[in-house]
Design a protein around this ligand. Structure first.
Ligand code: SF4
Length: 327
């Protein structure tokens, strides 16, 4: 049975300004995004480029302000952290693992440095203990002997090893949630599997939640307990990973799976099979311009309905299907 949520994201909204002067407009990018992650659970937030998933990550990790909504962690809204101390404490609960293992480490510093800095900054080790803690953290992520690896520079490590260093740095703060934003997208296939296995082990052994933000359905399939599908700033389908991947009910999720090429398991950012390239609708169902099943009712935004155990879908055809257009 699923544990009670550790992280609850409620009704996040965000827009970005476009243009300037008289033509300045605000373009919404998140429309009330809500999901949760339980302790020891991996939730994959899946969507194509431009869906808003990285904006969600930046808001949760307090890199970017939201316009509305809440990010509740163990009953406290992280977005309400106002003082430097409160924001540091909030950031310590959620640690981000970035997409680019090459850019996330300073080439001028030995790899032990950022880990030691995190330990000291967040009071997780005393000065005399730091070296041993750094070595232990590096070994925990599979980089042994830790004391020797800590003395290397980033350019002496492979992409996968650098991503492991980034994970060790995140673990140094003892976060409750690891927020992994496309953590394997810049790695080769063999290295990718190792990093995913490491994240899976960390949540099992440490009971941490993992929010995996990805456009890679293969990564979601390999690691996630549940999947939330984001399209143009709207969550359109959520549910147990196996159920969503085997029996996708939203036409967008179906199109993502249909567009999944054989081989490396990625789908294109705008799958041609689903009318890729057409912008989302501003009113009604956002997927309507690309949806092969659109009906007149789709001019109204669909409600999200529970259609199975933990399986929710926002689509008129699923909640009140016309017999002739059942997907
Ligand atoms: Fe397609 Fe209509 Fe469902 Fe939107 S609500 S996904 S347009 S069928």
């Amino acid at each position: 049975m699923r544990q009670s949520p550790m992280l609850e994201v409620r009704e996040l909204t965000k827009s970005f300004a476009t243009g300037g002067g008289w033509s300045r407009k605000h373009k919404p990018v998140l429309y009330g995004v809500s999901f949760s992650v339980a302790r020891g659970e991996v939730l994959a937030l899946v969507g194509e480029s431009g869906s808003g998933k990285s904006t969600v990550a930046r808001i949760i990790s307090l890199v970017e302000p939201s316009e509305g909504g809440e990010v509740m962690m163990d009953g406290r809204d992280l977005l309400q952290a106002a003082t430097v101390q409160e924001r540091r404490a909030a950031r310590a609960q959620v640690q981000m693992i970035f997409q680019d293992p090459f850019g996330s480490l300073n080439p001028a510093h030995r790899v032990g440095y950022p880990i030691a800095r995190s330990l000291l900054l967040h009071g997780r080790a005393k000065r005399g203990e730091v070296r041993a803690r750094v070595a232990a953290l590096l070994e925990e992520v599979g980089l042994a002997p830790g004391a020797q690896v800590a003395e290397k520079f980033p350019h002496e490590l492979s992409g996968g090893e650098r991503q492991r260093v980034a994970i060790a740095r995140a673990l140094a703060v003892e976060p409750q949630l690891l927020l992994a934003d496309e953590p394997t997208s810049m790695l080769d296939v063999a290295t990718r599997q190792g990093v995913l296995e490491l994240l899976g082990r960390l949540r099992r052994e440490r009971g941490r939640g993992v929010l995996l933000i990805t456009h890679d359905l293969t990564a979601a399939r390999a690691l996630a307990d549940r999947i939330a599908v984001l399209y143009a700033g709207h969550i359109v389908e959520t549910g147990p990973a196996d159920e969503v991947l085997r029996h996708p009910r939203h036409p967008y999720t179906q199109s993502l799976l249909a567009a999944l090429p054989h081989g490396d398991g990625r789908f294109l950012s705008t799958p041609a099979a689903a009318g890729g390239g057409r912008p989302p609708a501003v009113t009604g169902c956002p997927f309507a311009p690309r949806c092969p099943h659109a009906v007149a009712a789709c001019a109204q935004a669909p409600e999200t309905a529970l259609i199975g155990l933990g399986h929710r879908v926002a689509c008129h055809l699923v909640t009140s299907p016309p017999t002739s257009t059942e997907p």
